[in-house]
Ligand binder design. Structure first.
Ligand SMILES: Nc1ncnc2c1ncn2[C@@H]1O[C@H](COP(=O)(O)OP(=O)(O)OP(=O)(O)O)[C@@H](O)[C@H]1O
Length: 287
């Protein structure tokens, strides 16, 4: 890009010179002719092409119809894996479509487990999780194999999900999530984790969910994509439960912090900005 810019500046300069002095005194006209020759030579030898940055697919989650609260309730929830101590006990909390929650806690404290309880993949040992009867949740997980058929290409996969949509429509849909060109027809098992993440986001968005459950969504995204994800979340009119260590994302999207501690989920009652500052300091991030 620097080379391109340098060349363009040179060309501009030479053209201006030629226009100004081409018909001037003999000496200046000779110099203008010499510049014209240099310019022609540059063009002949091939100019550097402008580097066009690959367009970042912008994430977008379609807005679902509103569901009145409570959308998802935890009632006296307890859970533990067989032959293991309880991870949760007596949890009473609720989520609705305005919730913007970051679920944080030590490794192994049970964050992913809570998401599995919400999706019904796990069953409480006591108490209930009560979803609104019409609730649709969509979940991001890094366990791509749980969501994607890795033997298919993104194009094949989405065509099988939406048999009524034409190839062009599916291609342009995937393009919006940054899945473009050959990546659309490569077997998903061979894609990078970042590309697979984008396919999962395309999939999640297709679900038109009322609530997004995002489990470490940013691990394979670059900074620009993280910001794009944050923007998409911020215009999304549904609920969010985010499990993340990424303060950059948390600070952009969360309105509430839930701390998993001592088998309970405690709503952080300080100012979120204080919490963010605390974690930022811990992570040594800039303000
Ligand atoms: N299927 C399982 N069977 C038995 N124990 C499990 C199972 N899945 C997870 N665990 C254990 O339950 C605890 C909570 O796991 P979980 O993955 O929910 O924690 P987490 O807070 O999401 O952790 P991390 O931040 O490391 O992802 C861990 O000690 C884990 O080893």
């Amino acid at each position: 890009m620097k080379k391109y810019q340098w060349e363009q500046d040179q060309i501009k300069h030479m053209k201006e010179y030629i226009a100004r002095f081409g018909h001037g005194s003999a000496k200046l006209a000779r110099q203008a002719q010499s510049k014209e020759k240099t310019l022609a030579k540059m063009v002949r030898e091939g100019l550097t092409e402008k580097v066009v940055k690959e367009i970042e697919g912008d994430f977008k989650f379609p807005n679902p119809e509103r569901l009145p609260p409570p959308v998802l309730m935890f009632q006296d929830l307890a859970f533990g894996y067989p032959n293991s101590p309880l991870l949760y006990e007596g949890v009473e909390l609720g989520l609705d479509m305005d919730s913007r929650v970051a679920l944080v806690g030590a490794n192994g404290s049970g964050k992913t487990t809570l998401l599995n309880l919400i999706t019904g993949d796990l069953t409480p040992v006591k108490g209930n999780i009560r979803p609104h009867s019409k609730l649709r949740v969509a979940r991001f997980t890094q366990h791509f194999v749980d969501v994607l058929d890795l033997t298919k290409s993104p194009l094949e996969y989405f065509r099988s999900l939406f048999p009524n949509k034409g190839v062009d429509e599916v291609r342009s849909y995937l393009g919006r999530y940054g899945i473009t060109g050959e990546v659309q027809t490569q077997i998903m098992g061979q894609l990078s984790d970042g590309q697979k993440s984008r396919v999962v986001f395309a999939y999640i968005a297709s679900q038109n969910a009322h609530m997004l459950l995002l489990d470490e969504p940013t691990n394979h995204l670059d900074m620009e994509s993280i910001d794009a994800l944050a923007r998409a979340i911020n215009v999304f009119e549904g609920g969010l439960l985010l499990v993340s260590h990424d303060m950059r994302l948390i600070s952009q999207v969360a309105k509430e912090i839930w701390l998993v501690e001592d088998k309970k989920i405690r709503v952080y009652d300080g100012e979120i900005s204080d919490f963010k500052m605390r974690v930022r300091k811990q992570l040594k991030l800039d303000s």
